[in-house]
Design a protein around this ligand. Sequence first.
Ligand SMILES: C[S@@+](CC[C@H](N)C(=O)[O-])C[C@H]1O[C@@H](n2cnc3c(N)ncnc32)[C@H](O)[C@@H]1O
Length: 238
Amino acid sequence: MTAIIVVLLAAILPAKNFGGGFTADHELKAAAKSFNRTAKEVLQPAYPRLAEAIVDELSLQDRSGTGVDIGGGPGDLVLELSSLTPCFFWLDVDLNPFFAEYLFRGALDQGCSERVSFIQADVHKLPFRSDFADVVVSRGSLQQWKDWELAFSEILRILKPGGKAYIGRGFSANLPIETARDVRGRQGGGPRYDPEAFAGRLRGIMNDLDIKDYELKRPKSQQDEVNYGVWIVFRKAD
Ligand SMILES: C[S@@+](CC[C@H](N)C(=O)[O-])C[C@H]1O[C@@H](n2cnc3c(N)ncnc32)[C@H](O)[C@@H]1O
């Protein structure tokens, strides 16, 4: 009986094809609202530092171009990147369309709505032509991707020759340890995974896709007390 009710409800409620299965709109809305709260109330100190690290390490300061944040959620990283790169156009690409309103609201508050946008898309099938983006970034999304080889080959495809990707989870090395400790504390210790195994998987993907020019980052890995995460920075060959 319960199964029949669930099937009937699924048939009449608005739903989206979300990562291989249908998810009702009200669940996607609730997920977007809940993560937006986490971003604003818990993770907030991490975004400006991460944006600074990306802009610095990829030398984006005085450049113009197009940047894509995959799984950008409510757009906190995109907005920070946008304020540091006034000649860049940033796209927040996320599977869940209900994040769009948070990005656009933030862009209006920040006065950069002409330089950012939102596109609903799956990293496994990006709706961009090849050689489209100067930069692709992503934070805290890849652990949810179903097929890393496909996802990373899509990222490689949309990057311009010489373009760079900065992808991973966690924090950047420039986040003060006290702040990182505080954020992890509010997260109840943070996500539990084996950073070494995660790094090994990323190395394997670089190998499989024949990407030679890459750097694997384990910020502050010597301070095992706080897991700063794992990042891969790579460049598409010219
Ligand atoms: C933990 S949130 C991180 C959001 C944002 N990057 C941040 O750091 O604030 C993970 C995000 O990845 C998105 N996501 C998961 N799988 C995805 C996929 N296959 N394609 C695009 N986005 C995806 C989710 O919808 C969610 O917004």
